[in-house]
Design a protein around this ligand. Structure first.
Ligand code: TTP
Ligand code: MG
Length: 364
């Protein structure tokens, strides 16, 4: 029997320093300066985190999710060394969403199958181009069109599947184009840090590093069965990924996996009234977002607490039946939250800095 194998050509676009790039474009007077988008630094006393930083600010060690107070400190240090201090800007999400939508529309003009993976990244299927050379030409065109239309840059990776395409788009940032053919995929991954494989997080990375396993090629020494022992039922899938194999199809519709939000308080607190108020309010708000995204219910509720010392813990509960009821969501969120107030999760009565609520396993 003759088997006809269709070569898949998958591209992944990830915009460069997305929020910061838009701000830089909209404020020409700031061009070239280190820029930080995120919470108000309040002269170093600010309490939120950095959303993103442009590449100049990254030189100072400032990056996404860094406490804004630290970002301020890094910027001050640079200033004392005679370098320009960073400019701090608030988050203008609506604006970024508009730019995102225009970029996604641009991609749809070149590919019939586009999966929006986040506000600044998308997979798109270029298999119809028929060859990697032709697909690469389309990617160059797309990059140019984005530059012309939005005056910002993105990086594209081209590979035989989503896994390789995503890793490739990150390979030469900013303004990169990295092409990895099916024949090259396995060799391309080997020298990379294990952390580059989606699914290997900071904890697994640290655990492996203690055994001297740092690169994909080191982890390839294990059989699928050995990986299963170490990583559980995900092991065999990881075995495939390490070899650049990944079958997952593109999903046309952007399906958020979760909706959630968190809030950092102005001062660390154990004021029960305030904590309950905010928690219940957050439940209401994330439920509204759930409905606005076209979902009806969720099956998992997650509550996150960050204590004053930055010790951060999440507790989740998967419900017997999916729910969209505000009462039920608030009930489960409270139930998950209570242990953080007493001996169970907080024996030393540490003050709370941040709480968050997230809904997962969403159902239409
Ligand atoms: P990323 O693509 O992870 O980051 P980036 O586009 O700023 O930089 P890079 O060039 O490395 O791709 O995220 C896209 C946007 O999402 C980012 O501009 C800001 C936002 N974001 C947050 O708000 N918080 C976060 O922790 C991260 C990682 C991103
Ligand atoms: Mg990006």
């Amino acid at each position: 029997m003759i088997q006809c194998e269709v070569v898949r050509i998958i591209a992944h676009l990830d915009m460069d320093a997305f929020f910061a790039a838009i701000e830089e474009r909209d404020h020409p007077e700031l061009r070239g300066l280190p820029l930080v988008v995120g919470a108000d630094p309040a002269q170093g006393k600010g309490r939120g985190v950095v959303s993103t930083a442009n590449y100049a600010a990254r030189q100072y060690g400032i990056h996404s999710a860094l406490p804004i107070s630290l970002a301020w400190r890094f910027s001050e240090k640079a200033r004392h060394q005679g370098q320009p201090g960073a400019v701090f800007l608030g988050v203008n999400y609506r604006r970024y969403r508009e730019v995102s939508e225009r970029i996604m529309a641009l991609l749809r003009r070149h590919a019939s199958l586009v999966e929006e993976a986040s506000i600044d990244e998308a997979y798109f299927d270029l298999s119809p181009a028929g060859s990697f050379d032709r697909a690469a030409a389309i990617c160059r065109k797309i990059k140019q069109e984005i530059k012309d239309q939005e005056q910002i840059t993105g990086s594209i990776g081209l590979g035989p599947n989503k896994l390789v395409a995503k890793i490739a788009s990150d390979f030469q940032k900013p303004d990169g184009l990295t092409i990895v053919t099916p024949e090259e995929a396995e060799r391309f991954l080997e020298p990379l840090a294990v952390r580059k494989i989606p699914g290997i997080g900071p904890k697994a990375e640290a655990r492996l590093a203690r055994e001297g396993i740092r690169f994909v090629r080191d982890l390839k020494k294990f059989s699928a069965a050995e990986l299963q022992l170490r990583f559980g039922k995900w092991g065999p899938e990881l075995y495939e990924r390490l070899r650049g194999r990944h079958e997952a199809p593109l999903r046309e519709e952007y399906e958020p996996k979760s909706v959630g939000e968190q809030e950092t308080f102005g001062v660390d607190t154990l004021d029960l009234q305030l904590l309950f108020d905010r928690l219940l309010y957050m439940c209401r708000h994330v439920r509204e977002r759930l409905l606005a995204d076209g979902f009806k219910a969720c099956r998992t509720v997650v509550v996150t607490v960050r204590f004053a010392d930055f010790d951060t813990r999440s507790r989740s509960q998967t419900l017997p039946a999916a729910t969209g009821s505000l009462d039920r969501l608030q009930f489960f969120a409270m139930k998950l939250f209570m242990p953080f107030l007493d001996r169970r999760e907080n024996p030393r009565r540490k003050l709370i800095r941040l709480i968050g609520v997230r809904l997962e396993k969403l159902e239409k």
